[in-house]
Write a protein that binds this ligand. Sequence first.
Ligand SMILES: [Zn+2]
Length: 434
Amino acid sequence: MNHKVIIGLEVHVELKTQSKMFCDCSAQYFGEKPNTHTCPVCLGLPGALPVPNQQAIEWCVQIGQALNCSIPLFAKFDRKNYFYPDLPKGYQISQYDQPFCLNGHIEINGKKIGITRVHMEEDTGKLTHEQNASLIDFNRSGVPLVEIVTEPDFDNVKDVKAYLQKLQQIVRYLGVSDADMEKGQMRLEPNISVSLNPSAKALPKYKVEVKNINSFGFVEKAIDFEIKRQLEILEKGGMPVQETRGWDETKNATVSQRIKEEANDYRYFPEPDIPPIRWTEKQIAELKSKLPELADKKQARFQKDFGLSEYEAEILTKEKALADYFEEAVRVVGNKITPKQLANHIINRKIDIQLILPAKLVEEVIQSTKVEDVSADELKTIIQTVLKDNPKIAEDYKKGKDNVIQFAIGQVMYILRKKIDTNIVRNLILEELK
Ligand SMILES: [Zn+2]
């Protein structure tokens, strides 16, 4: 490649505390009647005073700890001043130079990604634009929001996606947010720049930020679009403008929104209504000791203790609820069947953990061992071989010729030569073709 891509990320995550960040209004606003979760504090009425939510602050620190950040013993809130109709006070309470968490890192696809900071702030109200009017709902105003900022350490979109998935998994494991993108509980802002010198050490003199993206798919598209757009400008000898852009779903393009503000445009100053936060080492250590076992560790333990393959352990630890379910089943099963057989049953049959209790599942697995057992790995390898040897299957399937799946199942069964439920094979083939 004759260029270098530089990407950093800012991610906002809404916490699922009972109450808002600085008042006791309910923070559970999704689907509620507009302007029913409000009070003088979150409406920004004169004289109303904010009281910080301890739970939210502790969760913010724990997110930082899960991302290997250091937690300074002194932190404070600041006012970020700007005017916008969804911000009733005329400023947002955020953190500027002394946030709760600093200098962390996380490993993605074998690469170390730096976490610059994790800080606490409050969400704004929500504007809806109708034909002749703009409507405002303040239910979201003051909901606790954590911002996680990375170093510009990404050089490709694949790692960005892996990072976002990992981050979503971490906050879900911590139980501090559902991070549901469709409900706006996790919002993504990549900043992208390109250098024509692939070995350049210094960052380019500009960066383009794409604001408030609400799906992993759109982030991918927005980054791809920006790389192409910026490359075209650079190759003509120009310099892309430093600006904020938005992702336009209908145009499948990013569009210019405003020329990027500098920090001093916000006239940050310490929030006078909230005293600074001083931690003791003991408090920080206590929060850290309460962190649950996260997915990476759990996966390693499942491989080691239960003899699962990397693939099996990864699937079972993707969501904490499924991991807990599996462990409960292992506990119930004793030594009648191996954890690996249990794991394969759960994975191959796509067990819905809402519908069947672990004890019941164990009975089912014991019954089914009468049919020959095939490991998920073995099956997956065979399916991948069949799809590779018959590229026409994927081609035809993409064209909508669904009956090609039957042919694929036949090929897999021919190689496998064992009795197995064909629905399992069908599901796994469809998964591979996704
Ligand atoms: Zn309120």
